[in-house]
Design a protein around this ligand. Structure first.
Ligand SMILES: NC(=O)c1ccc[n+]([C@@H]2O[C@H](COP(=O)([O-])OP(=O)(O)OC[C@H]3O[C@@H](n4cnc5c(N)ncnc54)[C@H](OP(=O)(O)O)[C@@H]3O)[C@@H](O)[C@H]2O)c1
Length: 250
């Protein structure tokens, strides 16, 4: 049985990369965890590792975020298993290789489904619960890429821009109920996803990313670039005139 006195969190997209590193970080902070993604074998291996290290649970759930109709029943199951819910981290994401010649609607729809529509499907019912309990924290893993529409990945940049704006709307809605919403604008992290990036720009490790994200959660920050120096790049990129930005090979 989970320790009902401890805090509990759901991580959507916990099977690899940043999500798995966050699971390890949160387990060290004493959280009881629900780990969600498609690759159940990876989730179960991670759960066994964390359990061996002294974490209660964690619980692993196979779920494809494209199947958003599954969310209400799965959320009920998770909350019942955890005993309580304090934190939701939406980390699931997909990126296809940067390609300014691609016009692939199926790929674009999948990116928007996983990165944005799936986030709404999880955040809505969790936000409602948190509003009723006058407490809770929602974290969305966005990207520096959402600061500007890039010719090599219009759907990915749109999905992250949409996620940032969606999270801001939820933050403004829930603020007076004591519920916090944090937007993480992630720079490059050395994960499987980075294999699809056009170039590497000083990526940090997933462990370092998880430490910095945990710091933002602890401080209940609103919007945070991870690591911080991407804020300077974001500031520059956001203010570049279009006639210059479109010449960049991004
Ligand atoms: N790495 C970077 O440089 C970087 C930069 C900026 C932002 N980000 C963001 O960081 C987040 C984590 O990415 P990562 O770098 O850690 O890459 P990753 O290792 O590829 O992790 C992606 C995660 O998303 C899950 N996921 C993908 N499609 C899913 C689906 N249909 N249903 C459920 N889960 C799904 C994957 O699990 P399954 O495959 O097991 O389902 C996996 O757990 C993403 O939102 C990404 O956009 C990454």
């Amino acid at each position: 049985m989970p320790d009902l006195s401890s805090r509990s969190a759901i991580i959507i997209g916990a099977s690899s990369g940043v999500g798995a590193a966050l699971a390890r970080r949160l387990s060290r902070e004493g959280y009881t965890l629900a780990l969600v993604a498609r690759r159940l074998d990876r989730l179960e291996a991670l759960a066994a590792e964390l359990n061996h290290a002294g974490c209660v649970g964690p619980f692993a759930y196979q779920h494809d975020v494209v199947n958003s109709a599954e969310v209400p029943a799965l959320l009920d199951q998770i909350v019942s298993d955890l005993g309580r819910l304090d934190l939701l981290i939406y980390c699931a994401g997909v990126l296809f290789p940067n390609d300014p010649t691609a016009y692939d609607t199926a790929h674009d729809q999948l990116v928007l489904q996983v990165n944005l529509v799936g986030a709404a499907a999880w955040i809505n019912p969790v936000a409602q619960r948190f509003q009723q309990q006058h407490a809770g924290h929602i974290v969305g893993i966005g990207s520096i890429a959402g600061d500007r529409g890039r010719r090599g990945m219009p759907a990915y940049t749109a999905s992250k821009a949409g996620l940032h704006t969606y999270l801001e709307g939820m933050r403004n809605r829930l603020w007076h109920d004591g519920v916090r919403v944090t937007t993480i604008k992630l720079g490059q992290v050395d994960t499987d996803m980075l294999k699809n990036a056009d170039r590497r720009r000083n990526p940090i490790t997933p462990e370092r990313a998880a430490d910095l994200i945990w710091r933002a959660i602890e401080k209940r920050q609103q919007t945070v670039y991870v690591p911080w120096w991407w804020a300077l790049i974001g500031l520059t990129v956001r203010h570049l005139p279009s006639f210059i930005f479109r010449r960049l090979s991004l």
